[in-house]
Design a protein around this ligand. Sequence first.
Ligand code: NAD
Length: 295
Amino acid sequence: MKIGFIGLGNMGSPMACNLLKAGHELIVFDLSEIALTHLKQSGAKVARSITEVAQTSNLDTIITMLPASQHVRSVYLGNDGILATVAKDVLLIDCSTIDPHTARDVAKASEQHGNPMLDAPVSGGTGGAEAGTLTFMVGGQEQWFNVAKPLLSDMGKNIVHCGDSGNGQVAKVANNMLLGISMIATAEAMSLGVSLGVDPKVLAGIINTSSGRCWSSEIYNPFPGVVETAPAGRAYSGGFGVDLMLKDLGLATEAAKQAQQPVVLGAMAQQLYQLFSNQGYGKLDFSAIINLHKK
Ligand code: NAD
């Protein structure tokens, strides 16, 4: 396929490289020269603007992987944005994590312009992006999901249709809200057990074969030395940053407000990550939140 790709950051760059490896033709754009040079060396054609990507002839699809809602709005709806020049029928796929409301607005504008659109946020982090093992949570019409699925499979291994436009984002924020909460709960339980005298590995072993078990306790345990491969074992470097978790919890609580749906623990988790970020730990892996429990 002939694919436009806009947003070549930590996630977008390896995703675009996997599309090249799968044999697709890519025309790419990013504000960063370094990102463009890297993709050029990997075999992509470099564009100098969003317009140049959107105007490429015989384009099948455009994929975007941008930081946040405001970037998605401007890249699609701005005066020099995608919809200003893209040919009708080109399939638009936004993989950024943004609020469901913006995803639905942009999809509506795209469809009015004659372009089908899918929201397809991912989970799996930069490791999953590099390995091509991401999970894609996709919102939009099933007909277009079926068209996109083989393409998304070149970048991921779980491609799930979640329903109408915006539902991919809904699934993503619900999952990440639960992850944020479960990490704090795991940190609290581990800290309690250890401060009362139980060995952290023994305690984790009990939890992980009992009813308290969850991803945060088993795969990503926040207590140093329990899971060798977890960020806790390397001073909480790498992994999924506190500020990225904070962004996702902000999306969840904002979406909850619009739906008048109480998210009591989600809101509390957001406040705790905010507090921790304000103390200067925004770049650490989110499991470092256990340090808030230090006596
Ligand atoms: P990033 O900041 O590394 O990359 C974003 C890229 O978009 C940058 O290279 C930036 O230059 C580019 N960009 C911004 N505005 C642009 C514009 N107007 N035109 C062209 N390029 C523009 O972010 P990332 O870590 O790659 O994350 C991208 C998205 O994926 C975010 O929504 C994030 O929440 C989500 N996500 C990230 C992770 C992760 O572990 N990093 C995991 C899952 C989901």
